[in-house]
Design a protein around this ligand. Sequence first.
Ligand SMILES: NC(=O)c1ccc[n+]([C@@H]2O[C@H](COP(=O)([O-])OP(=O)(O)OC[C@H]3O[C@@H](n4cnc5c(N)ncnc54)[C@H](OP(=O)(O)O)[C@@H]3O)[C@@H](O)[C@H]2O)c1
Length: 371
Amino acid sequence: MGSQPAEQGPTSPTSVPAAPTPAPSDSAPADSASGVSAPADSASGGSREVIRWGILATGWIAKLFTEDLAHVPGAQVLAVGSRSFEGAQAFAETHGIPRAYGSWQELAADADVDVIYVATPHSAHHAATRLCLEAGRAVLCEKPFTLDHASATDLVELARARGLFLMEAMWMRTNPAIRRAVSLVAEGQIGEVRHVSADFGLPGPVLPGHRLRAPELGGGALLDLGVYPITLAYLFLGRPTHVRAWASLFPEGTDENTGIVLGYESGAVATLACGLRGKTAGRAVITGTEGRIEIPGPFHVPAGFTLVRGSEETWVDVPYVGNGMNHEAVEVVRCLREGLTESPLIPLADTLEIMALLDEIRAQIGVTYPS
Ligand SMILES: NC(=O)c1ccc[n+]([C@@H]2O[C@H](COP(=O)([O-])OP(=O)(O)OC[C@H]3O[C@@H](n4cnc5c(N)ncnc54)[C@H](OP(=O)(O)O)[C@@H]3O)[C@@H](O)[C@H]2O)c1
């Protein structure tokens, strides 16, 4: 297990967070449920032995993900594309990647690439993913999927129309401990879920000029961090019927500190928070009528959790591998090999519902983006 989970930056006033250690190999079992199938000879991958990856953008998370990919059975990193050839070449040399391209177009046009991992700032997710899909490539796109529901819908419709695989890189949903917690709750181990609480706050300070403050780059705590507690609540409670949110904003107009309350038809409630100035405990608690699950921080990449039933408390140990991102890569490789165009672990319908929720919260806290 990696000692420093991702999504911890920025932990210092600088804009370049420290990188965790490289990942050992992954042997996470594949999910047996099936998703939507594509024809075996489609660009979704068919029944290929080796799935060849392209990396689009060369920033912090691209580095961590590429490190994890190196240890995913059946995955080969074939190419990298950057806005500059020098950037692509330097990244290719560091990671031993055979092909380097100085534009997204050239990467997308490489017919030997089966799937492209999009790791730009959020504001470019839509354009980059669209370009790749139009070129016939499958895509794994970083979270948040896009800036809003409308642009997310555009990508989902395009992928479906072309029979191409598309998935949001919401790696928390492929984390083995999160998956175990979801199945225990589905089995009724804690009864009916009544409350979910989760917080994700980074210490900051985030200095002016950092992408996390910039409206033109989709900055703010909500889209970068809030998407995790919102997705967690969604996993255990589904779609809320009531949404209330408030945030304090940076001078640039993006959110610095955000609180969210979600209400559900069943009477359940979720209380969620995210912020960029103050490291919160990062814990999550799922409380049911018969017990609860306590996930220690950082809840989006746990190595286990405590199951509480009455006076009994049991630690359920479910370690993750490497930086924790190879589980999502394993899922992509599995889907492509099986000819699926969607992952049943991260369905596109869920991604769209969560994007709609993010739109609603942004409207309430008064954050708008230039695009
Ligand atoms: N899953 C996770 O744990 C996790 C953690 C952190 C971030 N993320 C997500 O990953 C994405 C990237 O985050 P990051 O921290 O890696 O950011 P980053 O370090 O700033 O890297 C982003 C990369 O995108 C390219 N880029 C920069 N500005 C751009 C622009 N205006 N338009 C298009 N491309 C641009 C650059 O690569 P080139 O110079 O090569 O073009 C840059 O290195 C974000 O959407 C974030 O939410 C996920």
